[in-house]
Design a protein around this ligand. Sequence first.
Ligand code: KIV
Length: 283
Amino acid sequence: MAKKKLSVIDLQKMKEKKEQVVWITAYDFITAQLAEQAGMDMILVGDSLGMCIYGYDGTIPVTMEQCIYHCEAVRRAAPNTFVIGDMPFGSYQISTEEAVSNAIRFHKEANVDAVKLEGGQRVAEVVRAIADSGMLVMGHLGLTPQSSNALGGFKAQGRTAETAMAVVEDARIIYEAGAFSILIEAVPPEVTKIIRDEMPIPIYSIGAGIHADGQVMIVSDLVGHFQAFTPKFVKRYGNVAGEMSKSFESYINEVKEGQFPGEEHAYRMIDGELPKLMELLKK
Ligand code: KIV
């Protein structure tokens, strides 16, 4: 039986039933197809694609075109999964009109189910405008990688009472502005719990502990593909990079040593055609 795509109502009910929502990022067709086949609840086409696909050292250079292009591939692969498009830096900061217009592009061109954007108070008006236009918008608080320069790096947030209170207040503002859910990144679990218990909407965690309505992980960390650095909150469930390196080394060795390709990898001429070819070559 085909997997049923979750709706915003299902996500809300899962919070009420204390059922965890499990999601990952994905950027390409094959990964998204495997995620859907495995039964993933949601897929985020994160702007982390800047690091995981394009080799940038952060998310700031990522463009709308790149995000839409990868959302399209993911949507084709996972028609029955709730897909979220991540709004890249610069796509919602210039004006509310431009933000709504970019959120519309994600929906029209890539058929996403929702968009996500980073920030609290300063993006409340944008969240409201997108929600008022009939689209689902997820907030993203705590460590917000697009503002890593302003935060002084990729650092955990909300570790003091005052900064924790700022995250709680931002969550209230983003909820009031109309977000259907909020992702909290790299914040102590106690703070996430306060927000999760207070908010009627789903609160998801990446590196923000277990007291959330669900967890997301960056696929390249989860499967052991991304090697540049590993945040504290990552658990590797596989060693894709190791497997790939082993395969590449074996391939190089076998070709150099004349072991590949073997007989079994070669096409055969149709019976009786080789002598005819030899005759043709003599003419
Ligand atoms: O871009 C991304 O992958 C994210 C993660 C923090 C989930 O926003």
